[in-house]
Design a protein around this ligand. Structure first.
Ligand SMILES: NC(=O)c1ccc[n+]([C@@H]2O[C@H](COP(=O)([O-])OP(=O)(O)OC[C@H]3O[C@@H](n4cnc5c(N)ncnc54)[C@H](OP(=O)(O)O)[C@@H]3O)[C@@H](O)[C@H]2O)c1
Length: 342
């Protein structure tokens, strides 16, 4: 995998870039309206046990939505904390390990059994491992958690009619991406899904690559769900900028004190960084729109590799084929009467 922009090529330059971005003047800034409520809406957030996802659960529950926290840890304590902090009892935790396909299927089956229709899906979970690890199905864990699990989850939700399409306001899917998606020079289609060993020096590079896959999927999904300009489901993506979370939890012990200090001094709190996510979940301005990208609170274009239809189609097809090899097959080709091309 080649790189062309050095800003996110390693942990040091990525951290520095993130900090410098915070001091740059932002253009095209959006505003959040505190009056925009989510009463009656069902929201599911992946990776809501920590950091940005946890804060999203608090903020969105505060606005009256029912928050489903799809998590692998912190059950039930984190849910109880969200109830306390939001003042809402409409919070439920759903166990899921996104590195395991069986667990994703179980999550979908739970939603199905409860007859939940989601109005907002926040695809937030991600891992930044110290080195490569194999998942139960033999894939690389960061590839699975940071990209393929989201593809699989979204496809299964539509497959099982669990997104609240076709009834008034279109549902929204929000991808928590990262500016580091701009870093890889190109896609590695040959190596797609193949397990490769790597160590800490390569983690940031792979992280950016999987964010490129995620962003490309977001664009392709938006095109397939909303043909001919009719919005059946809004798809949005954002980069929250550098956030003081647990994202670097696996950093080598010697760097941890420095990282902790840098994060505390320069990175934004989850309560501030979550604002673009809250905007996409709540704003009336984006009703009937799709594929909008925010960096901090500033509207931006994603890297052109993510918007190229050929890349989107290729990624869709390869993801589908890879999952099929693991027995995950999608039969449904329709969403709301709109053709979702296989
Ligand atoms: N922090 C930043 O500076 C920054 C910058 C740009 C983008 N982002 C993005 O923001 C999002 C949230 O990250 P964060 O900063 O809030 O980091 P975080 O505090 O580490 O939160 C990550 C969340 O993902 C969950 N997760 C990881 N592996 C999982 C798995 N196998 N199954 C289920 N859940 C899993 C974690 O669960 P556990 O608690 O159980 O591990 C946690 O809830 C990510 O998409 C990240 O890429 C962060």
């Amino acid at each position: 995998m080649e790189q062309h922009k050095e800003r996110y090529s390693n942990a040091f330059t990525a951290t520095l870039s993130g900090i410098l971005d915070l001091f740059r003047k932002q253009k095209n800034v959006v505003t959040i309206n505190d009056e925009d409520k989510l009463t009656g809406k069902n929201i599911m957030i992946t990776g809501a046990s920590s950091g940005l996802g946890f804060e999203a659960a608090v903020q969105l529950a505060k606005r009256g939505g029912k928050a489903y926290m799809a998590c692998r840890s912190g059950i039930p304590q984190k849910g109880e904390l969200v109830k306390q902090l939001s003042g809402s009892s409409k919070v439920e935790m759903l166990p899921v390990d996104l590195s395991d396909m069986d667990s994703i299927v179980k999550l979908v089956n739970t939603l199905k059994a409860q007859q939940v229709k989601l109005d907002i899906l926040v695809c937030n979970a991600a891992v930044v491992p110290l080195k490569s690890r194999k998942t139960k199905q033999g894939l690389e864990e960061m590839f699975m958690v940071n990209y393929l699990a989201t593809y699989m989850l979204v496809r299964l939700l539509f497959e099982n009619d669990l997104m609240n399409t076709g009834r008034g306001e279109a549902p929204r899917i929000i991808f928590v991406a990262s500016e580091s998606h701009r870093n890889p020079k190109d896609f590695d289609w040959e190596g797609f899904g193949k397990y490769e060993e790597f160590t800490a020096g390569k983690t940031v590079e792979y992280y950016g690559y999987y964010k490129l896959l995620l962003g490309t999927f977001a664009n392709e999904l938006s095109r397939r769900l909303n043909p001919a300009g009719k919005i059946n489901c809004s798809v949005f993506a954002l980069c929250p900028g550098p956030v003081n979370t647990n994202i670097a939890r696996e950093a080598p012990v010697v760097f941890k004190p420095v990282l902790k200090l840098v994060f505390a001094l320069f990175f934004r709190s989850p309560a501030v960084a979550v604002r673009p996510l809250v905007y996409f979940a709540t704003s009336k301005e984006v009703n009937g729109k799709s594929m909008d990208y925010l960096f901090l609170l500033s509207r931006k274009e994603m890297d052109e590799k993510t918007t190229d239809e050929k890349n989107g189609q290729k990624l869709w097809q390869l993801s589908e084929e890879l999952l099929a090899k693991h027995g995950v097959v999608f039969n449904k080709a329709m969403v709301d009467g709109a053709k979702v091309q296989a």
